[in-house]
Design a protein around this ligand. Sequence first.
Ligand code: ZN
Length: 240
Amino acid sequence: MIKSVLLSENQRRFVREALDAKTLKAVIVPTGSTEQHNEHLAVVHDTASALHVSRLAAENLFPQVIVTPPLSIGISEHWMDHKGTLTLRPEVFNQVLYDVCDSLRRHGLENILIVNGHAGNAGPVNQQMDAFRQKLGINLAFHSYWEAFTPELIQDQMESGVCPGHAAEFETAFALAAFPENVDWEGVDYDRAKLTISDPNRAVSDREYHQQAKLANAEKGQAMIDAAVDWITEKLKAMI
Ligand SMILES: [Zn+2]
């Protein structure tokens, strides 16, 4: 069987033996981004959050589920006003995602759950999912992990009422619970920051998200993470 839920941490023999013994039943492919997350959150956030909930869900079902390395650069053209954002063209992102899924299929894996952490990926991938399924002929699903959250949970946990938002209360709370070193408020001075946001609507929401982020704490983040992990675990069980 596999020795770690992270594919990257296994030697080939563990993967081979798990496939031969049929103990390995499903794969998660996390998808994220490397993009601006306002003044205080690290650009890795979407990738790190997708990987975090994926890993915990796979651990719930150990050793039946393995997690590939995340696709850590996503479709982020809309944030290119902000230095540090990297973006792939939608067709390139989809082709890379397809090839990862096809690699898994060629090894005999027939249940693949793509767990997404970046909203910008969702539209372009969803458009291709039927075509991917048809070409691959396997059980393939795509979900953004915040689909787990009911309106009641959001109402309960998010003072701003906004979820997921962008680098706002929810994502900041997630980071405080899972990787607090990615939250850095030191020296943040939003009013003096030399921002160059070309879309006036985005400039307004950027400021709102900045304010909402201050409502975050680790307890809220943990409650949301727990809900997402339970939801993904159930999705995987249904697939298997
Ligand atoms: Zn994000």
